[in-house]
Design a binder for this molecule. Structure first.
Ligand SMILES: C[S@@+](CC[C@H](N)C(=O)[O-])C[C@H]1O[C@@H](n2cnc3c(N)ncnc32)[C@H](O)[C@@H]1O
Length: 257
């Protein structure tokens, strides 16, 4: 089962501040953009909702109807002036046409790595370029591939325990049955076991996640080939140099702009 089919567990395991500094980084760019923004791979709204709560109009695009269904439930609990700032669109970030342009298009939390092939990656960059205003920016983040962590491994690694809020807990562990070091893709399997307040196992499932990692030099080339100019490529959300971080955080704009 793909992890996106259990958006309730996704939300439990990825609280709003899951990546420190991430939401503030995109909020600051959105404020500079000064108008509606487009989030690619919106998910359940972990980042976009933060922007909407701070007065930004957000279009949230995602491929998964389950994630968007949960996003709608989350929005329904917000005050009307917040929920009406968010428009949800079900589409692939590699193939969308919203017929409008934005001062900021951003793709947080490594979601660009869900695009499997260079054709998909380049198609996404073309669609982003077509949705940016002349001065619009394209921003995002994904992890810096660590050669020590890329090979497959069959030993189960326990990630930890998360409280469910009703006295119960979810224990998360993972392994990586397939990693293709040539095609730069890996499959990660996650076992989630939910226990109730009495310690009884009430649910157990295996969720999977496929991703294609991207190296920094490759990313610079992809952006350049698709007509973007890098404004910033940093190692984290606090502006640290790439060599001092483990995340790539970038801001780019269209070269012809
Ligand atoms: C790691 S989640 C990130 C969600 C949210 N942005 C966050 O920060 O919590 C990745 C999201 O990418 C979505 N996704 C995967 N492939 C996609 C595609 N081709 N187009 C749009 N969304 C996609 C998934 O459905 C999922 O909601």
């Amino acid at each position: 089962m793909q992890y996106t089919q259990r958006p309730d567990l996704y939300d439990l395991l990825h609280p709003e501040d899951f990546m420190p500094g991430e939401r503030e980084f995109y909020l600051s760019l959105a404020r500079e953009a000064g108008g509606p923004v487009l989030e690619l791979a919106y998910g359940t709204g972990r980042v976009g909702l933060h922007l909407a709560r701070n007065g930004i109009e957000v279009v949230g695009l995602d491929l998964s109807s389950s994630m968007l269904g949960r996003a709608r439930q989350v929005l329904a609990q917000e005050p009307a002036e917040v929920s009406r700032r968010v428009t949800l669109v079900e589409a692939s970030m590699a193939d969308f046409d919203l017929g409008r342009r934005f001062g900021l298009v951003y793709v947080p939390f490594r979601a660009f790595l869900h695009l499997r092939t260079q054709a998909e990656q380049r198609s996404c960059l073309k669609r982003v370029a077509a949705h940016l205003t002349d001065v619009g920016r394209f921003a995002g983040n994904f992890f810096q591939p660590n050669p020590l962590l890329l090979p497959s491994y069959s030993t189960v690694r326990v990630d930890g325990t998360t409280a469910t809020g009703d006295g119960g807990r979810v224990v998360q562990s993972h392994w990586c049955p397939r990693s293709d070091l040539v095609e730069q893709s890996k499959l990660v399997m996650m076992r989630l076991e939910r226990f109730d307040a009495t310690g009884q196992l009430v649910e157990s499932g295996v969720h999977d996640l496929e991703l294609t990692w991207i190296y920094g030099r490759e990313w610079k080339l992809l952006l350049e080939v698709e007509g973007f100019e890098l404004e910033r490529l940093e190692g984290g959300f606090q502006g640290q140099p790439v060599h001092d971080g483990n995340e790539y955080v970038w801001v780019a704009k269209r070269r012809e702009a």
